[in-house]
Design a protein around this ligand. Structure first.
Ligand SMILES: Cc1ncc(COP(=O)(O)O)c(C=O)c1O
Length: 399
């Protein structure tokens, strides 16, 4: 480690709460698909801030929108009508079957809003005495008290935060029988990720999704899809639920929505949106003019450049490369999971050393669940860059 790096670590230890297990890399600049450290050394970014900077870093068109909007209108409060929110809402609603949006600031806040909307719609509109939210093991929904309770993981995420809110239950992943047993008249909503991100890039089966739909029909419950990581073209469709032909009652977005500016959204039907009324839910910053203008430009670029198709194409290319490594090194690589450019290379053993070697070779990806190398590169990544990454991984596995 260099002196400059040691200095930034020391400075941070003094100044910030100790909540992050940081990588041994300090980023001073990011451009396109590359990050630059304090010495200006270039790294290929195959993570894009965990599925955030899908259009690449420091994109000039987005910087122009940010600059222009910041000189016109930044914030006036949600007491006022603002066209920027509506311009974004129109674009987002064009990508899906939803009718209405609520804007907020993060994935956790979007999921918190989705849970609140589901409960309020059930009690105030549908007249159901049902508050339970059923979620899946290894899911990740955020770190507010409600969303960490909804999260189907044990460990530090929940440790020490009791009492946790009631009305949540967790079922085994993709287990149809367990879901049928757990769900009943008390169930307000089933909340799923179509592909678990933090949980190790695990897609749900078609059969499971059909069961969720059947249970919705049977009990009149709601289906919430967390698209915070999977949404915005990442998996090869604008939204991952579209791969399954599922129409969620509520779904959430964040991460890639404003390509790095903090923004979240709850999308829902006209019917379920009746669950909210003025005073029932709100946020100071949600849908601010600058982030809304940037997000509208993000959606425009994604649609114009057909980035869902590109994610699918590049994802297939990356999958083929990963499968070649699985054939070549069956003792190290078990296979590859995911869709589009949200891929998990499943290693046969603890992946820390391989991940660390990749970082030393200046390739940034991350490790989930200890042995899944997660790839979520900018959707604009070129095949040549993917080839470079897989060559480096090949050499590391050979050694
Ligand atoms: C599927 C999913 N939901 C929710 C969240 C929480 O989002 P945020 O960190 O913006 O609160 C994440 C973050 O990784 C996520 O992957």
């Amino acid at each position: 480690m260099t002196k400059a790096f040691d200095a930034i670590v020391e400075r941070e230890n003094k100044l910030l709460c100790n909540t992050y297990g940081r990588y041994p890399l300090a980023v001073s600049k990011a451009q396109g698909c590359h990050l630059y450290d304090l010495e200006g050394q270039e790294y290929l970014d195959l993570l894009s801030g965990i599925a955030v900077c899908s259009l690449g870093h420091s994109r000039p068109e987005l910087a122009d929108v940010m600059n222009e909007q910041a000189r016109k209108l930044v914030h006036v409060s949600n007491l006022f009508y603002q066209n920027e929110q509506l311009d974004l809402a129109e674009r987002l609603l064009d990508t899906c079957a939803a009718d209405k949006v609520f804007f907020c600031n993060s994935g956790a806040e979007a999921n918190e809003g989705a849970i609140k909307l589901a409960r309020r719609y059930s009690s105030k509109v549908a007249g159901r005495d049902a508050c339970e939210i059923v979620t899946l093991e290894r899911s990740f929904h955020g770190r507010t008290l409600c969303t960490l309770t909804a999260t189907g993981q044990k460990g530090l995420i929940k440790d020490g935060f009791a009492p946790l809110p009631s009305g949540f239950s967790t079922v085994p992943f993709d287990d149809v029988a367990a879901l049928e047993t757990a769900v009943g008249p008390q169930t307000c909503a089933i909340m799923i990720e179509m592909i678990q991100g933090e949980g190790g890039i695990r897609p749900l089966s078609e059969e499971y999704v059909r069961t969720v739909e059947r249970l919705r029909e049977k009990y009149g419950l709601l289906v919430i899809v967390d698209e915070v990581q999977t949404g915005m073209c990442r998996t090869g469709r604008f939204w991952a639920h579209q791969h399954y032909g599922l129409v969620p009652d509520i779904f959430t977005s964040a991460k890639a929505l404003a390509n790095g500016l903090p923004m979240g959204a709850v999308l829902t039907s006209d019917e379920v949106a009746r669950g909210f009324e003025p005073g029932s839910h709100a946020t100071t910053f949600g849908g601010g003019a600058v982030v809304s203008a940037v997000a509208a430009k993000v959606v425009d670029i994604m649609v114009q450049d057909k980035l869902a198709d590109r994610a699918m194409e590049m994802g297939e290319f990356a999958r083929e490369q990963a499968l070649l490594l699985a054939e070549k090194y069956p003792e190290h690589v078990r296979g590859v999971r995911g869709m589009g450019l949200l891929l998990g290379i499943e290693l046969a053993c603890d992946g820390k050393e391989i991940w660390q070697r990749l970082l030393e070779e200046r390739f940034v990806c991350n490790l989930t669940q200890g042995r899944i190398l997660r790839l979520a590169p900018p959707l604009v990544i070129e095949a040549d860059d993917l080839i470079k990454f897989f060559k480096a991984l090949d050499l590391i596995l050979a050694a």
